[in-house]
Ligand binder design. Structure first.
Ligand SMILES: Nc1ncnc2c1ncn2[C@@H]1O[C@H](COP(=O)(O)OP(=O)(O)OP(=O)(O)O)[C@@H](O)[C@H]1O
Length: 347
């Protein structure tokens, strides 16, 4: 756990970057810090590994006060990923990743073997390891940045807008990859972003700051979306707050029935009972597209399909893509409403 108690940071020029911050960041969870520009997110993050020293208050990592540890040693024991990856331009990708293990006194061979393993973990080929950072795309460089931060297997990972400089498609891929990695690695991650959608997607808890370094609310995303503490938080979450909450709920509990037969729509299946398309009764040759969904797809995706498809129906499939049933727009709507009520009650 990372624990801030009454932490204050005032820079010599008089700027208060962080104001009386008390915050718990749970072990093995992703805590996302969000808020408008200049609200103190980066300063908060950098105080954890002592790149910035607090003016007052205490910060503990795993129960130990950070100021009582050697700063260089502390920094080596905490992974740090920044925007643009911050790679050494004149070292190969493999040597970039091996940097920290080497600093920690691992032999060159062991450090490079570990680096090669990590390349694969973050989804890069061995060939990419031989290249120099400028020979990789922005998204690939960010993957190397993540691999380098993981090289010493630190329990804590600090990530400062790590995916801020890549296009939205690559950004989504990197987010997926981080979620996959986190399932395996269970690191305590502190993640800074401007992007509330990214925060909702990645965060187990989201801390929202406002200018002057004030923490306004820290809560799991569903709680934040269901019960924002004030208008500032509600505005920050945006007008589509209700839909964002549905992106965190799955389709699993929505009832499903058999595919309709002999009605206005027929679901055409292949020989293994995988949905191909819908056929309208009056023009059976027309092929109306179907987007089958699985139990772990979101309620938002289900709502989208139920309004986008003229059938008003959502075809449900198992992990192999085989039809399990069909849900109606009404069922999905009702569950969407119920998800909101439950989130408000639970919060
Ligand atoms: N070294 C410094 N000296 C003086 N003021 C600073 C210093 N570093 C940051 N600040 C100020 O402290 C405040 C908080 O900065 P910080 O970088 O933590 O904000 P942020 O929320 O991370 O912003 P952004 O989203 O734009 O990166 C800002 O007003 C900034 O100008």
């Amino acid at each position: 756990m990372i624990q801030f108690d009454a932490v204050h940071k005032r820079f010599p020029n008089g700027t208060t970057a962080v104001h009386d911050l008390s915050l718990r960041m749970p072990e093995g969870g992703v805590t996302v810090l969000v808020g408008s520009s200049g609200c103190g997110k980066t300063t908060t993050l950098r105080m954890i590994n002592r790149m910035v020293e607090p003016t007052s208050g205490t910060i503990r990592v795993g129960g130990k006060d950070v100021t009582e540890q050697d700063a260089a040693e502390l920094r080596r024991s905490i992974g740090y990923v920044i925007q643009q990856a911050g790679l050494f331009p004149h070292r190969t990708v493999l040597d970039n990743i091996a940097t920290v293990p080497l600093l920690l006194g691992h032999g060159r061979r062991r450090a490079r073997a570990r680096a090669a393993e990590l390349l694969e973990t973050v989804g890069l080929t061995a060939e990419a390891g031989k290249r120099y950072p400028h020979q990789l795309s922005g998204g690939q460089q960010q993957r190397v940045g993540v691999a380098r931060a993981l090289a010493a297997d630190p329990p804590v990972l600090l990530m400062d807008e790590p995916f801020g400089a890549v296009d939205p498609v690559v950004r989504t891929q990197l987010q997926d990859e981080l979620l996959r990695l986190q399932k395996e690695l269970n690191k305590t991650i502190v993640f800074v972003t401007h992007d509330i959608d990214e925060a909702v997607r990645l965060g187990d808890r989201i801390a929202i700051f406002r200018t002057g370094g004030h923490l306004v609310q820290c809560a799991p995303p569903t709680e934040l979306l269901a019960r924002p503490a004030d208008d500032f938080v509600a505005d920050f979450l945006g007008a589509e707050r209700g839909l964002k909450l549905l992106s965190l709920k799955t389709l699993a509990e929505v009832p499903q029935g058999p595919a309709p037969e002999g009605g206005a729509w027929t679901l055409v299946l292949d020989s293994r009972r995988r949905p191909l398309h819908w056929a309208p009764k009056n023009t059976p040759d027309a092929e109306i597209p179907v987007r089958p969904l699985k139990d772990d797809d979101s309620l938002l995706a289900a709502l989208d399909e139920s309004v986008a498809s003229p059938t008003g129906l959502v075809a449900r499939v198992d992990a192999d893509g085989v039809l399990t049933g069909v849900s109606s727009r009404d069922d999905i709507h009702e569950h969407a409403g119920r998800a909101h009520t439950e989130a408000r009650v639970a919060a």
